[in-house]
Ligand binder design. Structure first.
Ligand SMILES: [Zn+2]
Length: 435
């Protein structure tokens, strides 16, 4: 008896060290998912040892990270553990559990499937652009031909009379709307304070939540939110290229309120702290979670500044703070709304470039012509596409999916829009749930 107990204890220790695997027979009790969630977190951290962009945030138990760093599993070992973990998840029956627990169960499975795909990519597998986005982000972006973008360009030609290509005319027109570098922080801080106040009127945020803003240069992105846990974020803004006035509200909302910062804060508050779902202390960048994060980040701009409110606030507060002419705010907004329809041209450039149909130069040229990016911006974008690949769909397709999910349910009602938005960013909903 004594010997058997010791043996059992030793077996448990061995299983924990070797495989991080829990027993496969699961009932629909959410506590049964805790050890599987722990294994998932460790697998994400382990992939992070092979891919420095993979772990976007981690604020879970430091011991778990130390354990992973000490054992340093190979990609093959990670793949096997992920497969075993998904099998253990599949063995559980959660059909009678409440909706949140069912979502948690499905979420872990989809996130793990994406992890497997990323591991395969690190091992050298090349998926097509659409296969990759399906596997990593649980979504495929629509395909548009050149004729689609040519039609949209023709509309812009009329709105922007003058010499040169539409991109050159747009660039010339936009020069009057650049925030002077010495005013960037003042303008951003005002936009952040306003976005925060608007968010606070509709969503209940935990006390002490906050973020700091840092200005950096020479990054492939224009801004980045780094979540630190404990309701704190660091937001970095890339000032290598001129920053246009509309970016103040964009960044304040997308990175901050009610975008990434609030998303992470609410996940920590509602899932990690209230329920003990520790899988949300880790954020694997190349996973379905990113489509929800980027989609709600972008749609959060509309949520915080619906309809004409955005133009009004920019005109009355941000234009004067930036030293720009408020009388031109409406005209500027009109041109921008036309250019926004072209933003799927960026996906097309990425798809064709990564699928080998366009060279880097030809893809930059495509971005210049159809996504209206002047050469320096197109070059920065090519750098982003090379590094983050099909991640690009998370912004515009993500926004479209989130918008559809919310607007089809709230019928234009501001309070209901906020409520549903708040619910979406506090729950483990997947892109394929956004019907
Ligand atoms: Zn983002």
């Amino acid at each position: 008896m004594m010997i058997l107990q010791q043996l059992q204890a030793r077996l448990v220790v061995a299983a924990t060290m070797v495989g991080w695997l829990a027993a496969p027979a699961l009932s629909g009790d959410e506590r049964n998912l805790h050890p599987l969630a722990e294994s998932y977190v460790k697998l994400v951290l382990a992939v992070g040892l092979h891919d420095s962009d993979y772990v976007d945030a981690y604020y879970g138990p430091p011991m778990w990270r130390e354990e992973v760093e000490m054992t340093k599993p190979t990609l093959a070992a990670i793949r096997q553990r992920a497969e075993a973990l998904r099998a253990a998840l599949a063995a559980g029956n959660f059909s009678a559990a409440d909706e949140m627990v069912q979502m948690r169960h499905r979420y872990l499975d989809r996130q793990l499937a994406a992890l497997e795909a990323r591991v395969a990519m690190l091992e050298g597998t090349r998926f097509t652009f659409d296969e990759e986005s399906q596997r990593l982000y649980d979504a495929v972006a629509p395909t548009y031909g050149e004729a689609h973008f040519q039609g949209l360009l023709a509309q812009l030609e009329n709105a922007l009379p003058g010499e040169g290509t539409v991109t050159q005319r747009l660039e010339k027109f936009r020069r009057d709307f650049v925030i002077p570098p010495e005013r960037i922080d003042t303008v951003f801080q005002a936009a952040i304070a306003e976005a925060r106040a608007r968010t606070g009127r509709h969503l209940s945020l935990p006390e002490g939540e906050n973020f700091t803003v840092e200005y950096v240069k020479d990054k492939p992105w224009s801004a980045y939110n780094w979540y630190r846990g404990n309701f704190q974020s660091l937001i970095q803004v890339n000032t290598s290229l001129p920053i246009f006035i509309e970016r103040a509200i964009d960044l304040a909302c997308h990175e901050g309120y009610p975008g990434h910062h609030v998303y992470n804060v609410l996940l920590e508050q509602h899932l990690v702290r209230a329920r003990g779902w520790l899988e949300f202390t880790v954020y694997p960048l190349f996973s379905p979670q990113s489509l929800i994060a980027e989609g709600t980040g972008n749609f959060g701009i509309v949520v915080a500044f619906p309809g004409e409110e955005r133009i009004a606030y920019a005109r009355d507060v941000l234009f004067p703070l930036a030293g720009l002419d408020p009388a031109r705010a409406a005209e500027y907004a009109r041109v921008l709304s036309l250019t926004k329809q072209l933003n799927f041209a960026g996906n097309e450039a990425a798809r064709r470039y990564l699928d080998g149909e366009l060279t880097a130069e030809a893809a930059a040229d495509w971005l210049n012509r159809y996504a209206l990016m002047e050469p320096a911006r197109a070059k920065q974008r090519i750098g982003f596409i090379e590094k983050y690949r099909s991640y690009v769909i998370n912004y515009n397709l993500g926004e479209r999916m989130v918008e559809h999910y919310i607007e089809s349910r709230v019928a234009g009602d501001t309070a209901r829009r906020w409520a549903l938005f708040g619910e979406l960013i506090s729950t483990p909903r997947l892109p394929s749930d956004l019907k």
